[in-house]
Every structure is written in C-alpha cells, then in structure tokens.
Design a protein around this ligand. Structure first.
Ligand code: NAP
Ligand code: ZN
Length: 348
C-alpha cells in the first residue's frame, strides 16, 4: 500500500478536506501514475452533494486525471515510465461481455468500476483523482498526445469524451445544425468539437454574458435562453441539440427547436426528472436520447482528434485549498470553463 495526500468529502454535502488515502501495490498489469492535474467536473459535485443518491464516505472525487507514469507492473506493455497519460471516469471492467468487446466499457454487464465511489475488484471503494497518485490497470490508461499540455488536457478525460461521443454517434459533420445548451465545462468542449467536425454551431446559454467566448470557441451563433424570442426565432432549426445543463430544463421548449427528425441528446444529469410530453416528439418524428461518457478506445480517438485540431479545455488552475470555492463557483455557473487542480498542492 502507498499512502498519498488527497482531498475528500468526509460525509454527504460536507466541504472537501485534506486527507490521506491508500493506493494498492502494483499488480502485474497496473500502472502507477504521478497525477499532475485533476479537473473538477460537475459530476463530482452532484456526487458529494448526494444528488445521485447515497455514497460511501470519505470520498475523493476526480475523474479527469492527467499525469505521468511513475512505475509499471511486470506485464505492462502499453505504457512506460515517463509517458504522459490520462485516466477518465472508469478504471476497470470485465473485458469479456458484449459491451466491453464493443468498446463500451461504461455499460459492462458486470458493472464498470468507476474512478471514484465504485466497488473495485478487491472489494475496496475507488478513490478519484483529487490525489497525488493513482494505480490503474493498463487498459484503462490512455496516452495524452505531446501536442496537448497536461493541464488543459485533463478535462478532456470526461468533458471531452462526453461531448465527442454523442456528436460522433449522431453523425454531426458538415451541414449539421447543432445547438449546445449550457456553456460550462462540457458545453465549451462540445462547441469546439462540433465546430471541428464541420457543423454549424449555436450556443444556447442563459444569458449573453459569455457570447464573445462562445464565438471565439467556434460557435456561429449565440442566443440567450432567458429571452423568449430565442425559442420563437429558432423554432425547428436544429438537427442535433446537445444538452449539457446540470439542472432541470424545459424539454418542450427545446424539442420545439428541433427540425423534423432531429435529436436532442441529454448528457447533463440533474438529480431531478425532466418532464416529457410525448406530443413534443410525435409532432416531428423527433428523438430524445442520452449518452454516458464514452469507451476507452473512443477516449483515445478523442484525445488524438483534439491534438490534431488544436483543441483543449480553457482552464483556471487552482490549488487544492480552493476546491470548495471552485465548487461554489461551478454551482453559480461562474466557471470559465473548467477548474483544474494542481496536484502538487494536495499535500501542501
Ligand atoms: P458546468 O460546468 O457547471 O456547466 C453546466 C452549465 O449548465 C452551466 O455553465 C450553465 O451554462 C448551465 N446551467 C447551470 N444551471 C442552469 C440552470 N439552472 N438553468 C439553465 N442552465 C443552467 O457542468 P459540467 O461539468 O459541464 O456538467 C454538466 C452536466 O453534465 C452535469 O449534470 C454533469 O453531472 C453532467 N455530466 C454527464 C456526463 C455523462 O456521461 N452523461 C459526464 C460528465 C458530466 P450557461 O451559463 O451557459 O447557461
Ligand atoms: Zn465528469
């Protein structure tokens, strides 16, 4: 066992505090990673606030991990000491079921082992990336291309793949009219990726306060959802709506923005249900869909795509002591556009 500094919530809805957690000894297929940066995803906040149900505490969140390989187990072939690597939302799965073989480990029939708050193979509860080091089985470690700085790459491990995967699945490309709802961590990645895929991109944000940023990130249009005229003027004008909002939204209003045959993909995951009147779908052969992160192969593909297109997260690097303040700012939609924790400060 190695003991490392970390930040964890001691109980539900409590501020995170400095602590020490244990990492297992390296098994033959394990990789020990010196964490350099860990992104703060809104899912970390939902989890420790209890929005998604009870958790086991203390709980160190963090599933946007970037760092370098410090040691490898005797049979590791995919990674070597010194490699720049990332770990996202999952750290293990059965590897043999249909979902795993398809490259969708998140839907593993035996249950994927998620990066934190999940029961691991050895019966322990996983602890996430708000820590100095992590041990992960080699097949769940991805390569971070040299073109991507580690700090700005960290958020790609969740925000990047969670937007890339549905945009690819729904065949977004040249000629597709895409709306991205919410310009936060996921939204600002969705805008950049949809633009790089060649789509016409509109941001739908609560206000116009981040319009300049949205246009700079690649949006062609930027509208305020607080203005009822937006829903009149853009009626029937999108093929795909990517909803990244962390709170409940009015589905009827957004489904009205879809063209006939269009799809609204929800990745935002509020704790409360969204109300759906099926008439909103029937009147236009529309689809409402969900999407859950993305598999490991696709995560590597996304990282390579981002490197090739010069895409990364816009970040504010913070010390671990500022995590609780950062949570408050995320909850107030005051994030531009991802907080990333400098892992050197976990032990400070
Ligand atoms: P975030 O950085 O907080 O961004 C969410 C954005 O939603 C905000 O910036 C804000 O954008 C908008 N918003 C927030 N509250 C709102 C409200 N009451 N009404 C309307 N708009 C509101 O969060 P994130 O890290 O991107 O995560 C977004 C959601 O995706 C969370 O629920 C998270 O758990 C979920 N998630 C899902 C997956 C998955 O696999 N499906 C993966 C990761 C995260 P504007 O200021 O532009 O309006
Ligand atoms: Zn996340």
């Amino acid at each position: 066992m190695t003991r490392v500094h970390a930040y964890a919530a001691p109980r539900e809805a409590a501020p995170l505090e400095k602590t020490v957690i244990e990492r297992r000894e390296l098994g033959p297929h394990d990789v020990l990673i010196d964490i350099a940066y860990a992104g703060i995803c809104h899912s970390d906040i939902h989890t420790v606030q209890g929005d998604w149900g009870p958790q086991q505490y203390p709980l160190a969140p963090g599933h946007e991990i970037a760092g370098t390989v410090a040691a490898v187990g005797s049979e590791v072939t995919a990674h070597a000491v010194g490699d720049r690597v990332g770990v996202g939302c999952m750290v293990d799965s059965c590897g043999a079921c249909d979902s795993c073989l398809r490259g969708q480990e998140q839907f593993c029939a035996e249950g994927a082992v998620f990066t934190y708050g999940s029961t691991d193979r050895d019966g322990t509860v996983t602890q996430g990336g708000y820590s100095e080091q992590v041990v992960v089985t080699e097949s769940f470690v991805v390569r971070i291309p040299d073109a991507l700085p580690l700090d700005a790459a960290a958020p790609l491990l969740c925000a990047g793949i969670t937007t890339y995967s549905p945009l690819r699945h729904w065949k977004v490309g040249p000629g597709t009219r895409v709306a991205v709802v919410g310009l936060g961590g996921l939204g600002h990645m969705g805008v950049q990726i949809a633009h790089a895929l060649g789509a016409h991109v509109t941001v739908l944000s609560q206000t116009l306060s981040k319009k300049d940023d949205g246009l700079r990130l690649g949006a062609d249009d930027y509208r305020a959802t607080g203005d009822p005229a937006t829903f009149r003027e853009l009626r029937g004008s999108f093929d795909v709506i990517l909803n990244t909002v962390s709170a409940v939204v009015d589905l009827r209003a957004y489904l009205g923005l879809l063209a006939t045959g269009g799809t609204m993909v929800c990745v935002g995951a509020p704790g409360e249900p969204l109300a759906l009147n099926v008439g909103s779908l029937i009147g236009g052969n529309k689809t409402i869909a969900g999407s859950n992160i993305g598999g490991i192969r696709e995560t590597q593909e996304m990282l390579d795509f981002c490197a090739e297109h010069g895409i990364a997260a816009e970040i504010e690097v913070i010390p671990a002591s500022a995590i609780n303040d950062a949570y408050d700012r995320v909850l107030a939609s005051d994030v531009r556009y991802r907080f990333v924790i400098d892992a050197k400060t976990f032990g400070a």
